[in-house]
Design a protein around this ligand. Structure first.
Ligand code: SF4
Ligand code: SF4
Ligand code: FES
Length: 262
C-alpha cells in the first residue's frame, strides 16, 4: 500500500489544555472541545488546543461554545461568523468529522470531546478561517446574475409560478462551501473543477426562465474539468447543512448538455 508522509511543518501537534473543570464539577456540566489552532505568524506547526465549556453559562450550539471560549478564556481564537442562524454561510467548519455550520449544530449532536477544524482541503489563514479566495473567484466565473437582451421592463422581470418553483432547492444556497470541501473530486482538482456549490449556482441561472443566456452558460461549462469531474459520489449532498442536493443539480446540468447535443 502507498504510504504518505506529511511535511513536518504541516503535522498537527498536541496543544495547550486551557481550563480543566474544577474538582468535583457537576456531571455533564462541562463540555470538552479540541480546536485546531494555526497562526502563520509564529512559524509553528498547527496544534489542537483543549478547552472546557461551562454549559450552565453557554448556549447550546457549537457557535455559542466558540464565542464563550473567545469571550471568557482565549480572545485569540479566530473564526468567522455573522448571522448565527444559518443564513450567511460564514461559520462553516468541520465539527466532529462533518462539514457543517457551527451556528446550527447542537453540541448534543456530538458525543464526547468535540473536535473542531477548518473546512478541509483549503489553505488556512488562521485557526478556523480558511482561504475562500479561489472559491469566490469560481463563483464569479459563472456570472451569477440575470443576463438579458430584452430591454429591462419598467417594473420587474415577471415569472410564472411554475417557473419560479423551478428555482426551489437552488436559490437557498448560502455559499458556505460545506459541499465543495467534502467532494473528493474538488480536493484533487479544485483549481479546474468548479465543485458542487458553484455548479448548483450555475444550474440556478441556467434554470431561471428570465435569463436569456442559457446557451452561453452551458457553453462555458462544456469542459472536461469544469463540470465533468463530478463522479456522483454524493458527499456533497450529504454534507449540505441546508438540505440542498448539489449532486442532482449537477446531474441536471449534464442532462441539459446531452439534450442540446441531440
Ligand atoms: S456528487 Fe459530484 S460534486 Fe458531489 S461529492 Fe460527488 S463528485 Fe463531488
Ligand atoms: S449547496 Fe449547501 S453546502 Fe453547498 S454551498 Fe450551498 S448551502 Fe453550502
Ligand atoms: S453564523 Fe451565519 S451561517 Fe452560521
Amino acid at each position: 500500500m502507498v504510504q504518505f508522509t506529511l511535511p513536518k511543518n504541516s503535522k498537527v501537534k498536541k496543544g495547550k489544555a486551557w481550563n480543566p473543570p474544577p474538582a468535583g464539577a457537576e456531571e455533564g456540566r462541562w463540555r470538552e472541545y479540541r480546536i485546531y489552532r494555526f497562526d502563520p505568524e509564529t512559524g509553528e506547526n498547527p496544534h489542537l488546543d483543549t478547552y472546557w465549556v461551562d454549559m450552565n453559562e453557554c448556549g447550546p450550539m457549537v457557535l455559542d461554545a466558540l464565542l464563550w471560549i473567545k469571550n471568557t478564556i482565549d480572545p485569540t481564537l479566530t473564526f468567522r461568523r455573522s448571522c448565527r442562524e444559518g443564513v450567511c454561510g460564514s461559520c462553516s467548519m468541520n465539527i466532529a468529522g462533518t462539514n457543517t455550520l457551527a451556528c446550527t449544530m447542537h453540541a448534543d449532536d456530538a458525543k464526547g470531546a468535540i473536535p473542531v477544524y477548518p473546512l478541509p482541503h483549503l489553505k488556512v489563514i488562521k485557526d478556523l478561517v480558511p482561504d475562500m479566495t479561489e472559491f469566490y473567484a469560481q463563483h464569479r466565473s459563472i456570472e451569477p446574475w440575470l443576463k438579458t437582451d430584452t430591454p429591462t421592463p419598467p417594473k420587474e422581470w415577471r415569472q410564472s409560478h411554475e417557473d419560479r418553483q423551478k428555482l426551489d432547492g437552488l436559490y437557498e444556497c448560502i455559499l458556505c462551501a460545506c459541499c465543495s470541501t467534502a467532494c473528493p473530486s474538488y480536493w484533487w482538482n479544485g483549481d479546474r473543477y468548479l465543485g458542487p456549490a458553484v455548479l448548483l449556482q450555475a444550474e440556478r441561472w441556467v434554470e431561471d426562465s428570465r435569463d436569456e443566456r442559457t446557451g452561453e452558460r452551458l457553453d462555458e461549462l462544456e469542459d472536461p474539468f469544469r463540470l465533468y469531474r463530478c463522479h456522483t459520489i454524493l458527499n456533497c449532498t450529504k454534507a449540505c447543512p441546508k438540505g440542498l442536493n448539489p449532486a442532482a443539480a449537477i446531474a441536471s446540468l449534464k442532462r441539459k448538455m446531452v439534450e442540446r447535443s441531440e
